[in-house]
Design a protein around this ligand. Structure first.
Ligand SMILES: Cc1cc2nc3c(=O)[nH]c(=O)nc-3n(C[C@H](O)[C@H](O)[C@H](O)COP(=O)(O)OP(=O)(O)OC[C@H]3O[C@@H](n4cnc5c(N)ncnc54)[C@H](O)[C@@H]3O)c2cc1C
Ligand SMILES: NC(=O)c1ccc[n+]([C@@H]2O[C@H](COP(=O)([O-])OP(=O)(O)OC[C@H]3O[C@@H](n4cnc5c(N)ncnc54)[C@H](O)[C@@H]3O)[C@@H](O)[C@H]2O)c1
Length: 444
């Protein structure tokens, strides 16, 4: 028997448990999670808040019962407080207060992340909201139902902030979106693309306060305004979305940490200590675009890293292919996708990078309906010609296209090879001179 303890059972922990129980019959899996629910799809939070879906029920895909039906022992509302890595024992407190000690052969840390909370005055005022868990979204929705929430200030115009700004606007709120950077989504896109999203948000009445540093949140008991270095914004609710911090306190000085505190793992998801694996938002990834260790918090990475760890902990051997941080967003029908590095990031990282851009229609001009504009940028290394990143935008669903670039970065394909890649043509779908080919051919 192979005793495997999984700490944390959200996307990463659940995927690890499923993989173990489907493939390794001798695995005895015990799971601890501090929360009362698992598998909440945060990606559906904005759709739920903005009432684009009926409710939260469909945003869960697993629970204690499902995992137990496969053979796991599952403890919910059972935080793990300590791990003795030398003795291989996990210490937790169960819901009824019972203290348990669970020994293991292998432990998989899937403790995820928590939202970064800025250290500014007023952060503890009523109606200053975090947005990570199901409970957070539920609380926001309950408060939005009251008349008193008219002005919502979202701090951080990354993926969560932009998605939630749309959701609050759909609920009829006056929304201000603040970012310390001079644009939205700066982590994922270069300026031609962030400008598209900026215009999109502005056109829907969202007040943009980019390039502003939040100094203070003011109120009586409840929040009333957000003070930045450039002005004051009225606020009945403040939503904090300035990124995640890995949850790695259990490492307790024993495990090597990345610069942001994530558990450093190898390509088998093993930490600096043998038989201790880390997956999902609490761990690093190997980023193929920079060819180095990085931190990229995504549910997609959580699932993939979990599969790798589960096979290695279960007794098999599986190496991660690394990731490109592929991602996408859809705001009022504007769809944007990116993978790998932006041009700005590539240059900051010391690459001699260039970008090739192309704007076109999705299909030939004679297709008069459902034929929107598309925009693409491919970032490549001028010296090696290797593709480093790609960005795409359209109101058309071009999302499948970004997977090609994800694989290209993973496999270190050159821009010249991509230019000659066989891309099919059918007017119902695309153009004979496809914009991917055209952008690649345009590389200097
Ligand atoms: C609003 C929102 C939208 C998002 N949209 C997307 C999207 O569209 N696409 C995408 O790829 N990603 C998205 N993400 C990111 C994605 O949700 C995270 O990357 C993902 O949740 C990471 O999964 P995880 O299991 O590694 O960590 P977490 O989800 O953080 O789960 C960690 C689990 O560990 C448990 N835990 C922590 N400490 C302990 C302890 N000591 N003892 C026991 N249990 C513990 C917690 O209770 C929790 O259940 C979104 C996130 C949010 C908040
Ligand atoms: N569609 C998706 O794939 C999706 C959706 C939601 C979340 N996620 C993931 O979840 C994680 C967390 O998302 P997030 O939106 O919190 O982070 P993020 O990294 O996407 O964006 C954080 C934003 O906050 C800004 N910021 C940082 N400090 C600030 C400060 N003090 N004041 C004002 N602005 C500040 C940054 O400039 C950045 O624009 C990310 O890894 C993200 O990719 C993905």
């Amino acid at each position: 028997m192979n005793k495997i303890v999984i700490v944390g059972a959200n996307h990463a922990g659940t995927a690890a448990a499923n993989t173990l129980m489907a493939n390794y019959k001798d695995a005895k899996v015990t799971i601890f999670d501090a929360n009362s629910n698992i598998s909440f799809l945060g990606c559906g939070m904005a759709l739920w808040i903005g009432e684009q879906i009926a409710g939260a029920e469909g945003l869960f895909y697993s629970d204690k019962e499902k995992l137990e039906a496969q053979g796991a022992v599952v403890h919910m509302e059972a935080p793990v407080e300590n791990i003795d890595f030398d003795r291989k024992v996990v210490y937790a407190t169960l819901k009824d207060g019972t203290k348990v000690e669970e020994s293991y052969d292998k432990v998989i840390l899937a403790t995820g992340s928590t939202p970064i909370i800025p250290n500014i005055p007023g952060i503890d005022l009523e109606n200053v909201q975090k947005v990570k868990l199901y409970q957070h979204a539920d609380e926001v929705i309950r408060k939005l139902k009251t008349e008193e929430i008219e002005n919502v200030v979202v701090v951080g115009a990354g993926y969560i902030g932009v998605e939630l700004a749309e959701a609050f606007e759909r609920k009829g709120k006056k929304v201000t979106l603040i970012d310390i950077a001079d644009t939205c989504l700066p982590v994922y896109y270069d300026e031609p693309f962030t400008n598209l999203m900026r215009e999109n948000l502005k056109n829907h009445g969202i007040h943009l306060a980019f390039g502003e540093r939040v100094l203070e949140i003011r109120g009586d008991q409840k929040v009333r305004e957000v003070v930045t270095d450039k002005g004051v914004h009225k606020a009945d609710m403040v939503v904090l979305s300035i990124g995640f911090r890995p949850n790695t306190a259990l490492g307790n000085g024993k495990l090597e940490l990345f610069r942001n505190g994530a558990f450093v793992v190898d390509k088998h998801q093993e930490t600096s200590m043998k038989d201790v694996y880390a997956i999902g938002d609490c761990a690093t990834v190997f980023d193929n675009s920079i060819q180095d260790t990085n931190y990229i918090a995504l549910a997609s990475n959580a699932v993939r890293t979990a599969i790798v760890a589960a096979h290695n902990a279960g007794g098999g051997t599986l190496e991660s292919a690394g990731v490109q941080g592929s991602n996408g967003i859809c705001i009022y029908d504007l769809k944007m996708l990116s993978t790998g590095m932006t041009l700005a990031k590539a240059n900051v990282c010391g690459f001699e990078a260039a970008a090739t851009d192309y704007d076109d229609l999705q299909k030939p001009e004679f297709i008069e309906e459902n034929n929107p504009k598309v925009k693409i940028r491919i970032v490549y290394d001028k010296k090696t010609r290797v593709i480093l990143g790609a960005q795409m935008a359209s109101t058309y669903d071009i999302s499948m296209g970004i997977h090609l670039f994800s694989l290209a970065i993973q496999e270190r394909v050159t821009i010249d090879k991509l230019a000659l890649t066989d891309i099919f043509f059918l007017p119902h779908f695309n153009k004979p001179y496809n914009y991917i080919t055209m952008a690649a051919l345009g590389a200097k």
